[in-house]
Design a protein around this ligand. Structure first.
Ligand SMILES: *Cc1c(COP(=O)(O)O)cnc(C)c1O
Length: 384
């Protein structure tokens, strides 16, 4: 058996530039999410490519106990970009590891053991983070996990959250906007309630910003818009323009209790160089500002479409379009008929999360394509 785990798409990609992916056969595709939010700066941004090439020629790897400039620079940059009060930085290699560290740190820093997570949540696929992930499909074959130690609450129900948090709770983990679960922004005041309930019980509040961070929602971090700062914030996906990295940002009282945690590749020079260049581009090109502007435009244009849509929701360039026919059929038509690659978020939601460098022309292309694919005639055909 050769490849397994991933079900591969019938399009084989050779090169990428900006928001464009080019297949082996020369066809150009507009990347509107196919890269899992990992390319905020676009594909092969020249600054990122140059930084990686330079670092590769100097030092690929040295163990984390020796200081290196690229990692030191990244600690400083992330510390400066972190919300006030959570400037301590732990680096790792993926989103699930960033969350796994967050859950471990929370246990170690508090007297509690229980983890409160939300229904529809997605936090990763290692044993700890999978336990805090909602969808049974992802978990069943691998159980038993930590199911006895995780309590799930309805996302957005402040009262339910308040009653779940008690003195035995180590952490509450929440996405400020649920991504895999269908693009659900937290209702007004929900994150504030989470902050108050966790503060009252000395519980760690974790925001999983693996999908929402690095400018995607129009702010550098999605939680900035809510005015709530967690004790721990995790991020990954776009942080190094597609190279594998995760980060756990935390308050002093959490960092002090991090204990014997570690990782061989933590903050390795090559990926740190990519992350430094990525963060510089995101700030210098004001990509959060562009995400807010193009995302707002896209939402307005989609809402004005005269086709049967159930809903359009999200923030910045993290948008969910709830459709009547199955999302997979819509995605197939977008790819094969309009050369636009997007993602599902559950059975009926088309998820749009392009590189943050996209312009209005790209947004127009997506709106026109969706208008065609979702037209009543296409819907009828898909149903027959
Ligand atoms: C993708 C994602 C993860 C897991 O990240 P990996 O890098 O795939 O391990 C966790 N939480 C959220 C919100 C994500 O979107």
């Amino acid at each position: 058996m050769s490849g397994f785990v991933f079900s591969e798409k019938p399009i084989s990609i050779a090169t990428g530039e900006g928001a464009t992916l080019t297949a082996e056969n020369g066809t150009d595709y507009l990347d509107f999410g196919a890269s899992y939010a990992c390319t905020p700066t676009g594909h092969c941004h020249p600054d990122v490519v140059e930084a990686v090439q330079k670092q590769a020629g100097e030092l690929l790897y040295v163990q984390g106990s020796y200081p290196v400039q690229a990692r030191a620079d990244l600690h400083e940059k992330l510390g400066a970009l972190a919300p006030d009060g959570i400037e301590n930085v732990w680096l790792c290699n993926s989103g699930t590891e960033a969350n796994e560290a967050a859950l471990k740190f929370a246990r170690s820093a508090t007297d509690g053991t229980k983890i409160v997570a939300a229904k529809r949540a997605f936090h990763g696929r290692t044993a700890g983070t999978l336990s805090a992930t909602w969808k049974p499909k992802y978990k069943k074959p691998f159980e038993p996990l930590l199911e006895d130690q995780v309590e799930f609450v309805t996302y957005g129900d402040a009262g339910e959250l308040e009653s779940a948090v008690d003195d035995d709770t180590a952490a509450v983990i929440l996405e400020p906007i649920q991504g895999e679960g269908g693009i659900h922004p937290a209702p007004q005041d929900y994150l504030e309630t989470a902050r108050e309930a966790t503060e009252a019980t000395d519980t760690a509040l974790i925001f999983d910003e693996i999908q929402t961070g690095i400018g995607r929602t129009g702010e550098f971090w999605a939680c900035e818009g809510s005015g709530v700062t967690p004790d721990i914030l995790t991020t990954a996906k776009g942080i190094a323009s597609g190279l594998p990295m995760g980060a756990t940002l935390c308050a002093d009282w959490i960092a002090e209790a991090s204990g014997p945690h570690g990782s061989t590749f933590s903050g390795n020079p090559l990926v740190s160089a990519a992350a430094n260049a990525t963060l510089d581009v995101v700030v210098e090109e004001d990509l959060p500002g562009n995400a807010a502007e193009i995302g707002g435009y896209l939402q307005d244009e989609l809402a004005a479409l005269d086709v049967p849509l159930r809903d359009v929701r999200g923030e910045g360039l993290l948008l969910g379009v709830e459709v009547k026919r199955g999302a997979n059929g819509v995605l197939r038509d977008l790819a094969l008929e309009h050369q636009i690659l997007a993602l599902p978020a559950g059975r009926s939601v088309v998820r749009l999360l392009p590189p943050l460098v996209v312009d209005e022309a790209a947004a127009d292309q997506v709106v026109t394509a969706l208008a065609d694919v979702l037209a009543p005639e296409a819907e009828a055909q898909a149903e027959s």
